[in-house]
Design a protein around this ligand. Structure first.
Ligand SMILES: Nc1nc2c(c(=O)[nH]1)N(C=O)[C@@H](CNc1ccc(C(=O)N[C@@H](CCC(=O)O)C(=O)O)cc1)CN2
Ligand SMILES: Nc1nc2c(ncn2[C@@H]2O[C@H](COP(=O)(O)OP(=O)(O)OP(=O)(O)O)[C@@H](O)[C@H]2O)c(=O)[nH]1
Ligand SMILES: [Mg+2]
Length: 425
């Protein structure tokens, strides 16, 4: 039998209300210990909470949810207390004094929900993402995942894979008995192609990480071009040092900016000098190159002829008389707010498209890797007429999908996932 856990499950005090949850076989006993008796199931009862010595701790709403039809699958008690620090500390102290009770670890309520079969792995991950959601797209996709959308989609794919596999096996058996090369009949190609097209569409959608971390916008170009000034203007604070000295920025600087509901990760880089014997500057340039390679949108402040392919070419210091804008996509200056607004419009245009999701399914990178693995197997199956190879690749494709649903989740993996949760979840 598992032990009984408790934790503050609402926001940190001070708050108007603090919800302390207790989950496990001793939950009802804990309510009895603090509130005098365990209230009738699923009714909010106003009770005075007392410690073991009888001292009043709070007047709180107490709710008892008998398992297994609860969020954790266990008996669950909720204490809706006043949200002061001392109230919560005293209630937690009183709970810790009840035999069989201990404080929960981060994510332990959700972990129990998983272990008790109340949710699958993709739902647990969706819940973690829901708690971190800041944008509308994150909110929508994480809620769908928490409600089981990812699990249902993958389950549907697994069903279709096994239906195709069953037909292929039947065909192979028949060919065996009839002892003919091609017994005719079932052609798995259309069903495989349809499944593969669906997976590729899913893989083309942005990942959970992209939705969460934002679009990576990297500012790069020669020294003294005005990169850091632009970075500061976009970040709307003095994040980077600006001086007239070429080579001021040495390291890669990052700023997270939310603009019009789109999350961005802005990166300022060291100026790309031709040749340098300064060790620090050389490392800075190496780092700039790495940042540029990882950019979703690269803003190039420099000569158009030197712009990397695909970069947005910015003509800097547009406020200076005689500034040359030839070949640039946009003329900008940290000193001209309307040029910064125009740059934001350009960024929103490109970034918005990168974060667009048609349905409500976004996969995490680890889930995407597994789907890509399955897609590679299916692609092999699609490219052959040898039914033995088709059958084998269909089997290969099921493994990563089953893993995505948590069929082989290791302790280390679960520890990593639930360690990310906040306390009380
Ligand atoms: N006060 C409070 N609010 C909360 C939670 C909570 O634990 N306490 N939740 C924290 O997770 C979320 C709600 N999640 C829940 C998930 C599953 C079940 C559940 O298993 N319910 C039963 C009975 C449903 C019913 O009464 O209709 C079931 O589905 O069988 C309940 C809540 C968000 N709001
Ligand atoms: N007139 C004008 N001066 C600017 C503008 N942007 C930057 N400067 C000036 O140009 C100089 C270099 O600016 P930075 O923003 O540090 O340039 P940088 O590209 O980051 O330079 P490094 O970090 O050395 O590569 C500073 O003296 C700035 O004040 C601008 O839009 N107009
Ligand atoms: Mg700089």
């Amino acid at each position: 039998m598992s032990d009984t856990i408790f934790a503050l499950s609402s926001g940190r005090p001070p708050a108007a209300i603090a919800v302390v949850r207790v989950s496990g076989p001793a939950a009802c006993g804990a309510a009895q210990a603090l509130a005098g008796r365990c209230p009738p199931p699923r009714h909010a009862s106003l009770r005075t909470l007392r410690d073991a010595a009888g001292a009043a701790l709070d007047r709180a709403l107490v709710i008892y949810f008998p398992g297994p039809a609860t969020a954790t699958g266990e008996d669950l008690v909720e204490l809706h207390c006043h949200g002061g620090r001392a109230v919560v500390a005293a209630v937690e102290r009183a709970l810790a004094a009840v035999p069989g009770l201990r404080h929960a670890r981060p994510g332990e309520f959700t972990r129990r929900a998983l272990e008790n079969g109340r949710i699958d792995l993709a739902q647990a991950q969706g819940l973690a993402d829901l708690l971190e959601a800041e944008t509308e797209a994150q909110h929508r996709t994480a809620l769908a995942a928490a409600e089981g959308a990812v699990g249902r989609a993958v389950g549907g794919w697994l069903d279709r894979l096994s239906a195709i596999a069953a037909q292929v096996e039947a065909q192979l058996d028949f060919a065996d008995e009839a002892d003919v090369e091609d017994a005719g009949g079932y052609d798995p190609a259309p069903a495989i192609a349809a499944l593969l097209a669906e997976w590729r569409a899913t893989l083309a959608a942005p990942s959970v990480e992209r939705l969460r971390d934002g679009v990576r916008v990297v500012i790069a170009g020669p020294p003294n071009a005005g990169k850091s000034s632009l970075f500061n203007a976009l970040a709307d604070r003095d994040a980077a040092i600006v001086t007239p000295i070429a080579g001021t920025t040495r390291d890669v600087l990052e700023a997270a900016v939310m603009r019009d509901g789109i999350p961005y990760r802005l990166t300022d880089t060291a100026g790309l000098a031709e040749a340098t014997d300064d060790e620090v500057e050389r490392i800075g340039i190496d780092r700039a190159a790495t940042a540029m390679a990882g950019a979703d949108i690269l803003l190039w402040m420099g000569a158009p002829v030197e712009a990397p392919a695909g970069a947005v070419i910015l003509a800097g210091k547009a406020d200076l008389p005689g500034a040359d804008h030839t070949g640039a996509d946009l003329a900008v200056s940290a000193r001209l707010p309307h040029t910064i607004a125009a740059l934001w419009a350009l960024l929103a245009d490109r970034a918005g498209a990168m974060l667009t999701i048609d349905g409500d399914m976004a996969l995490r990178q680890t889930q995407r890797d597994r789907l890509a693995e399955a897609a590679a197997a299916l692609d092999l199956a699609r490219r052959t007429t040898d039914l033995l190879i088709v059958a084998e690749q269909l089997r290969v494709a099921t493994r990563p999908l089953a893993a995505l649903l948590g069929k082989d989740a290791t302790e280390a993996m679960l520890d990593a996932l639930f360690g990310r949760f906040c306390l009380g979840k």
